[in-house]
Design a protein around this ligand. Structure first.
Ligand SMILES: Cc1cc2nc3c(=O)[nH]c(=O)nc-3n(C[C@H](O)[C@H](O)[C@H](O)COP(=O)(O)O)c2cc1C
Length: 118
């Protein structure tokens, strides 16, 4: 697969965004972060493009995503991006994700916020 999307969704908005993005990009696999969390770490994606799609919770990342980032190996992945869905603003969550990725030896190349039903 060219792109792997790691998705966490509470009420379905982020999953809907991931499914639409996967359809537009093509050659994309969607992986559930809660299911990935049950696997032995490190999780090693087999794609040159990796995206994280998640809701903003309390102005930041959902806890499960904060716990997932240290478990995923991304040093071989050249392009890492994120889409935060939110009722208001998602900037801080994207900055928080970039910080966690840097602590894990990587970084966020691009991030978008999609305003959704809150
Ligand atoms: C517990 C909780 C906290 C939230 N906190 C924020 C927030 O701080 N800022 C914001 O813009 N939206 C916030 N939202 C709205 C969600 O980010 C938004 O509805 C998102 O699209 C939900 O995605 P999901 O259906 O994939 O869970 C919150 C939603 C929930 C349930």
């Amino acid at each position: 697969m060219t792109t792997t999307l790691y998705v966490f969704t509470g009420t379905g908005n982020s999953l809907a965004a991931a499914e639409l993005l996967a359809q537009k990009l093509g050659d994309t696999v969607i992986e559930s972060i809660p299911i990935q969390m049950k696997k032995a770490s490190p999780v090693i994606p087999d794609s040159p493009k990796v995206g994280f799609i998640f809701p903003v919770n309390y102005s930041g990342l959902p806890l499960i995503l904060s716990e997932f980032i240290p478990r995923i190996s991304l040093s071989h992945v050249p392009y890492i991006f994120a889409v935060a869905t939110a009722g208001g603003v998602g900037r801080y969550a994207l900055l928080q994700l970039d910080t966690l990725l840097k602590e894990n030896g990587s970084l966020l190349q691009a991030g978008w916020m999609v305003r959704m039903v809150d």
